[in-house]
Design a protein around this ligand. Structure first.
Ligand SMILES: *Cc1c(COP(=O)(O)O)cnc(C)c1O
Length: 223
């Protein structure tokens, strides 16, 4: 079903929006099936799981890290990851920079914002993000590049609430772009939208959508 699911999802996503196939918890055979159907961008939320899958799957896959990242696990992904969506503190960004330097890479990252009304999700608020961006420690980093923002909406049926949260993320990105990224057109990505809410996210300006269950089917255990 994965090929059929992918074809159906692609029909609903405009060509300028990139689909991250969120393959967390799924076996390598499922990722290979998506790969064979043309998918090249995969998202994982556990560093060791990403490492193990990266080791056995085709080398032209783009790996995106979308989960909460512990500093002692960056080493499992720094050599090959294409984009880290989940930077939620300066210390984490500093550690990513250190690990990227070991591989002589400049790693693209997104700032994760807390946009949901729910308490449980990770992420920065505007004040924390500005403190990060103004800090000398951030300005000294040579091996990371911020290319946009990421957020997760509240898990709710209230479409208006979801839309408002996505709109907030877009406004955050636009404010930061104007204040801190003049002359840096690469700061343009908005990673928002999952299987249940990605059509709203696209209407509100998403450039990256992170779609798991609509492609791979329901996951067996909660993560
Ligand atoms: C699991 C996950 C997704 C995908 O969720 P689905 O509802 O299965 O599409 C997207 N983003 C993050 C951060 C996730 O952890």
């Amino acid at each position: 079903m994965i090929r059929e699911n992918l074809i159906a999802v692609r029909k609903t996503v405009p060509s300028q929006v990139r689909i991250i196939a969120v393959s967390k918890t799924k076996p390598v055979s499922d990722l290979q099936e998506a790969y064979d159907a043309g998918q090249r961008v995969f998202g994982e939320n556990k560093a060791q799981e990403m490492r193990d899958k990266h080791a056995v799957l085709p080398q032209d896959i783009e790996w995106h890290f979308i989960g909460h990242l512990q500093t002692n696990k960056i080493k499992y992904i720094a050599g090959y990851v294409s984009l880290i969506h989940s930077i939620d503190s300066l210390p984490l960004l500093v550690e990513v920079d250190k690990e990227a330097a070991k591989h002589d890479r400049v790693l693209d990252c997104l700032l994760q914002f807390h946009i949901a009304t729910e308490e449980t999700k990770f992420g920065l608020d505007m004040q924390e993000a500005e403190a990060l961006l103004q800090s000398p420690e951030y300005k000294a980093l040579q091996h990371v590049r911020l290319v946009g923002v990421m957020g997760m909406a509240t898990n709710t049926d209230d479409q208006d609430m979801i839309r408002q949260e996505f709109r907030t993320l877009r406004e955050i990105k636009e404010r930061l772009a104007l204040s801190y990224f003049k002359g840096h057109p690469e700061f343009k990505e908005i990673s928002m939208g999952m299987s249940g809410d990605y059509p709203i996210a696209i209407e509100e300006g998403a450039t990256l959508v992170r779609i798991g269950s609509a492609i791979f089917g329901a996951r067996n255990y909660a993560v």
